[in-house]
Design a protein around this ligand. Structure first.
Ligand code: FES
Ligand code: FES
Length: 157
């Protein structure tokens, strides 16, 4: 089945099984490798991306639902490396990743959280981001999200 959508600003049409998880389409059909496979069951958040501005776990999102929509992966969060998204800059500033595997999913969740709660508290972050990091980087992630909020506020003021 042919399915058309925008991804990171580019219009794409692919011909795949409509029930294929969006994660496989992004990684294997479109060769965008930032979005990761973790549990495959919607539990860990490694596969998080945005569809029409909403956060989704792409391992559990059949591609047929993306028809006509706009998808953003970590590769499309900023236009280029000279104009990083505040979340990306904050992740660098706070030196967040360890193995790095879970980090794209956390960054997409963080970007969405900041749209909804511009100045999140530690409690807001813990309540709204249920992604899993097996390397124990959560304390740095919390610091980085608060740093991203500061950068975001400085950008928009
Ligand atoms: S791989 Fe999708 S939630 Fe774990
Ligand atoms: S940095 Fe290794 S799983 Fe999170």
């Amino acid at each position: 089945m042919k399915i058309s959508f925008k991804i990171n600003g580019d219009q794409k049409t692919i011909d795949v099984d409509p029930n294929m998880p969006l994660l496989w389409v992004v990684r294997d059909e479109l060769n965008l490798k930032a979005t990761k496979y973790g549990c495959g069951k919607g539990m860990c958040g490694a596969c998080s991306l945005h569809v029409d501005g909403k956060l989704h776990r792409s391992c559990s999102y059949p591609v047929k639902f993306a028809e006509g929509k706009a998808i953003t992966t970590l590769e499309g969060l900023s236009k280029n490396e000279n104009d990083l998204h505040p979340v990306q800059q904050a992740w660098i500033d706070e030196n967040v990743p360890q193995c790095g595997y879970c980090q794209p999913g956390f960054m997409m969740a963080a970007a969405k959280l900041l749209q909804e709660i511009p100045n999140p508290t530690t409690e807001d972050i813990k309540q709204n981001i249920s992604n899993i990091c097996r390397c124990g980087t959560q304390p740095r992630i919390i610091k980085a999200i608060k740093r991203a909020a500061e950068l975001n506020n400085a950008k928009t003021s």
